[in-house]
Design a protein around this ligand. Structure first.
Ligand code: NA7
Length: 538
């Protein structure tokens, strides 16, 4: 029996990104709980700590991609660009953590690999990879939805003698692409951001594309000095607009259907919004994700843009998505992505024609025998999204039930916030909540506020134990699927929303697709009813 010291706290939070930092602030400064964060990295930032690849940038607009719980922070921090780059977000989160004195309550460099519910003591017992043991009454996961890197198996990858990087775990140093031949595998958001930047430096860039993706120009730009003063004079307006929307962005699709709008008018609207750029383009009409005909028109609009931008017709064809409706996979926004394929040092390799077969010491070998000689291999191959990071925590609940077993046929949650058999555990932006379909800080604040309010309720009523009821979680999970099936979202058969990018992962549409505004109302109804769907005891 080890006599190792156990660090016990009233609440533990895993992860020091947007969600963990705000949750710590609420528990410590609002509820006066003894709460700590445990964080694998040596600094705060979460997703923005790890994703430092060239071109990494947020696709929400900066003045919306930040905390709204504290007006002083909103007033003090001035964003420099329409879309913040990774470094600026990382600096922002450091500034917030310092301002709120959060770092002193974070255990850094500690990666949790096992979380065990001790039924006898009614506490969570956590073990880190370094062997330290922590325990707490309440456990809150703030591990992010896109933080477990997908590292596809490629035959003979270990024989490759060049440099290998993963966008989701980018090294904390400048990577030199000059005079190098580089291959980027993957054309999701990360690849689409990294490719134009790497192309400017590398001697030769090969883009290895399995599935072409729709992308809309971001139209990023520096923000004028006057932007900030105007913005802070209307904080309440921005806040209301975001919380009242489906996506947590401060705009809404107007109540008009593409399929009912005549051709001239709809082209004018689409052209105008294409020029505005970014995620607003998708909100041109309110039936894009609901109506196949409308979606096909907007999809075709983007395909035409690709043909206009890309000079080589064969390349344009390969870059044009035809296998999924626009917006049913997370829609990237870009700076010069399609233009990059007009450069002499960039070559598109269509893996649909010939997949990767293997590697040798300085080459990637395709099934058709083609050999691509490279110095650097960049995997922009995404994440085991939404469930991967939770499962890596080694969660074991009541009666020894393991999370990976309980979720063998797909994640079961109640509101995306709690899991039956896992008492006193809350999952910020868990599967079954709007999360990745929204502007994340808005979903995070809604979840953290709700959890904080629930813990306050428990404390006020002298209750110490809470668990989601199995039947309510089953119903919620079915409901999440039903909602998704009313949209075109499940039609992107290979998307990570469905878990289809990870071999063997069950295909279940994981995020709640009925809008953050409606979701928030549903959570409020649960709270107002005395937390229906939960077993609460002392
Ligand atoms: P994504 O969107 O999952 O994109 C991953 C890309 O990698 C995508 O093009 C995949 O092709 C490709 N991929 C994955 N595995 C392979 C293999 N084995 N071979 C070839 N190509 C592969 O991840 P991102 O990091 O770009 O973006 C995720 C989110 O992070 C994004 O929405 C932002 O919010 C930040 P596929 O489409 O599966 O054929």
């Amino acid at each position: 029996m080890s006599n190792q010291k156990i660090q016990h706290h009233e609440a533990l939070i895993i992860g020091a990104g947007f969600s963990g930092l705000y949750q710590l602030y609420c528990l410590r400064d609002q509820l006066n709980l003894d709460a700590k964060i445990i964080e694998a990295a040596d600094g705060v930032g979460g997703t923005w700590y790890w994703n430092r690849y060239p071109g990494a940038r947020c696709d929400s607009e900066s003045h919306t991609y930040c905390y709204y719980f504290n007006d002083e922070i909103l007033k003090e921090w001035k964003w420099s660009e329409r879309y913040p780059a990774q470094e600026e977000i990382q600096n922002y989160l450091n500034y917030c953590a310092d301002k709120l004195s959060l770092k002193k309550d974070i255990y850094f460099n500690e990666r949790i690999c096992s979380c065990f519910w001790d039924e006898h003591k009614e506490i969570w017992s956590l073990t880190s990879e370094s062997g330290k043991i922590y325990s707490s009454k309440f456990l809150i996961t703030a591990v992010g939805c896109l933080s477990s890197t997908n590292k596809p198996e490629i035959s003979q990858l270990s024989a490759f003698e060049g440099e290998i990087y993963y966008t989701g775990e980018w090294p904390h140093k400048k990577i030199e692409f000059r005079n190098k031949s580089v291959a980027v595998i993957g054309t999701g958001s990360s690849g689409i951001q990294a490719i134009p930047v790497i192309a400017e430096e590398a001697k030769q860039l090969f883009v290895l594309q399995r599935t072409p993706n729709f992308s809309v120009p971001a139209r990023n730009h520096k923000l004028e000095e006057s932007f900030h003063s105007e913005f802070i004079s209307k904080i309440e307006m921005w806040r209301e607009k975001m919380f009242d929307s489906r996506h947590g962005h401060p705009w809404k699709a107007p109540p008009r259907k593409l399929c009912e709008t005549d051709e001239r008018e709809r082209s004018a609207i689409l052209e105008n919004n294409w020029e505005k750029g970014g995620l607003r383009f998708r909100e041109s009409f309110d039936d894009i994700i609901l109506d196949e005909y409308s979606n096909e028109i907007i999809s075709e609009f983007i395909r035409k843009k690709i043909y206009e931008i890309v000079e080589d017709a064969e390349t344009a064809k390969s870059l044009s998505p035809v296998d999924h409706p626009f917006g049913t996979k997370r829609p990237p926004i870009d700076t010069n992505y399609f233009e990059t394929f007009n450069r002499n040092n960039v070559e598109l390799i269509n893996l649909k024609n010939s997949p990767i077969k293997s590697c040798d010491k300085n080459e990637i070998i395709l099934e058709d025998g083609k050999k691509i000689s490279v110095d650097i291999l960049v995997f922009a191959t995404g994440f085991d999204a939404m469930t991967g990071s939770l499962q890596k925590l080694g969660l074991i609940g009541k009666n020894g039930i393991r999370l990976e077993d309980f979720w063998r046929s797909g994640p079961q949650t109640y509101l995306g916030l709690a899991i039956p058999n896992f008492p006193n555990l809350f999952t910020i932006t868990g599967p079954g909540s709007p999360s990745v379909l929204t502007n994340m800080p808005r979903s995070i604040e809604q979840h953290v506020d709700w959890i904080t309010q629930f813990l306050r309720y428990l404390m006020n009523s002298n209750m110490t134990k809470v668990e989601a009821k199995a039947i309510d979680a089953e119903n919620w999970t079915e409901y999440v699927t039903e909602i998704a099936n009313k949209t075109l979202m499940p039609k992107a058969g290979h998307s990570w929303y469905l878990g289809a990018n990870i071999p063997g992962k069950p295909r279940v549409f994981m995020p709640y697709a009925n809008g953050l505004n409606n979701y928030r109302d549903e959570c409020e109804t649960v709270a107002a009813g005395g937390y229906t769907g939960f077993k609460i005891s002392s």
